[in-house]
Design a protein around this ligand. Structure first.
Ligand code: GDP
Ligand code: GDP
Length: 438
């Protein structure tokens, strides 16, 4: 399970800037991001050996002073409750404010591991940057500059140190590659528990023993069509005896962790509601984490032809960035359309783990270039030389050549299309990285 870091602090101290630094994605994601909202407060990150989840507590109402305060307190409490450690961000230039005292008091009482980040410290005389903040009586302090990217790695190291995380190299969790770990994700009320209980009620799903799974853990091993699955800790659900129950509170962190721990995510939408912001956010997390995904629009029984048409369009516009995924229309209650969902889950898993040989990739690249040259940009004409696979799950293709900085997004999408077709990649993100030697 990835540790969760909450960024806490009054407005304008640089939390969003810091958030962007800590969650900077390493791989260029080749996807149509239109419709993927950038306004988000949860993100994955990795600086140093450990991956983590960051929660930003930004997003205040700018007017009504009391309103700000209330909203801040609410957001802060929620983020802190869901986190393992807190980074308390203050403004090294502005010094301590009354709000800083309040937040510090609150954090001290909570007793969560806390690191104070004195931001905007670039260019300030050393020694003076953090000294003032001793008064807040919190543990570790560090001068950083989010906008200049100074002190970022050390900040993460300091924040994660109290958690005593195991060395990732030694964390050799024995995984059975024959078992597909499946997460069912979706907003409250889309029908997750109904679907899972429908599945588990079917005799064909034979429970089998998986070492290390306890009775209490929300993790159910089962078999379907001779394929072993493990339904992993599914966000927003609780197991009660033999059935699953939806719990009241939706937790973004739990959803993120479920997505992270899965091989394939089944994203459920509610046909009666259309695609909401929350759906788009969850979809964005799935794409970002690189997981294979299958879309299922549930409650198809409850909508008429007109609503179906509208829904189709809202999926295209709002979830366009997941167009590599299969879409199914199902009714969990009426047990309709469920068979093809299994096929797509298995297909997505196989696609995510596809092996692509260097000779085949390189031949494919040459043919693609011959069919359509990359555009010249000024004096530069990108030259694509060869390609090899850089990883699986999701598949990564690394292309080598010259002047590759000038390859356009649309050309990358063209290449993505060719690679997907050649290797029959359905339901998995595909990442393309360009490496220029000149
Ligand atoms: P938030 O309200 O806490 O999320 O703060 P923002 O991230 O929106 O930043 C508020 C302002 O501080 C913006 O104008 C940023 O450009 C600026 N800022 C953020 N980090 C730094 C920094 O390290 N140094 C300086 N000088 N300015 C910064
Ligand atoms: P969860 O919060 O995602 O686990 O959602 P639930 O499984 O609790 O379902 C929420 C509501 O939607 C319940 O009232 C279900 O009876 C209803 N529901 C679930 N699946 C279907 C379906 O296929 N068709 C219709 N019409 N209603 C459904």
């Amino acid at each position: 399970m990835k540790p969760v870091i909450a960024l806490v602090g009054r407005p304008n101290v640089g939390k969003s800037t810091l958030f962007n630094r800590l969650t900077k994605t390493r791989d260029a994601i080749v996807a149509d991001f239109a419709g993927l909202t950038r306004d988000r407060h949860y993100g994955n990150g990795k600086l140093g050996p450990h991956e983590y989840i960051v929660i930003d507590t930004g997003g205040f109402e700018p007017d009504a002073v009391t309103g700000i305060y209330k909203e801040m307190a609410r957001q802060t409490r929620q983020a802190v409750a869901e986190s393992d450690v807190v980074i308390f961000v203050v403004d090294a230039r502005a010094g301590i404010s009354a709000q800083d005292y309040d937040i510090a008091n609150y954090l001290r009482k909570l007793g969560k591991p806390t690191v104070l980040a004195a931001n905007k410290a670039e260019g300030l005389p050393e020694g003076t940057q953090v000294s003032e903040f001793f008064e807040l009586g919190l543990g570790e302090m560090l001068a950083v500059s989010a906008s200049h990217g100074q002190g970022m790695r050390m900040l993460v190291d300091l924040a994660l140190a109290p958690l005593n995380l195991p060395d990732p190299a030694e964390e050799t969790e024995q995984e059975d590659p024959a078992v597909i770990k499946l997460a069912v994700a979706g907003r409250p009320n889309v029908g997750k528990s109904t679907l899972i209980n429908t599945w588990l009620g079917e005799e064909r799903l034979v429970a089998f023993d998986l070492p290390g799974t306890t009775r209490d853990a929300i993790s159910v091993p089962f078999e379907h069509a001779e394929q072993k699955f493990e339904l992993i800790d599914t966000a927003g659900l609780r197991r009660k005896g033999k059935v699953f129950e939806a719990i009241e509170k939706f937790s973004v962190v739990k959803t993120l962790q479920a997505i992270e721990n899965a091989n394939v995510v089944l994203l459920l939408l509610d046909a009666t509601q259309g695609v909401t912001d929350q759906d788009a956010h969850i979809a964005g997390y799935i794409l970002e984490s690189g997981r294979a995904v299958v879309l299922a629009v549930n409650k198809w029984d409850a909508v008429d032809a007109y609503q179906r048409e509208l829904l189709q369009r809202s999926i295209e516009t709002r979830l366009g960035f997941l167009k590599f995924a299969s879409i199914h229309h199902i009714s969990a209650i009426k047990r309709q359309g469920l068979g093809p969902v299994w096929k797509s889950i298995i297909q997505a898993h196989a696609s995510a783990n596809r092996k692509m040989s260097t000779p085949v990739l390189t031949r494919l690249l040459m043919e693609a270039v011959q069919f359509q040259q990359p555009q010249r940009s000024g004096v530069f004409r990108p030259k694509l030389r060869y390609a090899h696979q850089g990883g699986m799950n999701p598949p990564i293709v690394i292309i080598h050549g010259n002047s590759l900085d000038h390859v356009t997004e649309s050309y990358k999408r063209y290449l993505e299309g060719r690679i997907r077709k050649e290797f029959d990649l359905v339901g998995t993100p595909l990442r393309i990285q360009l490496k220029s030697s000149v």
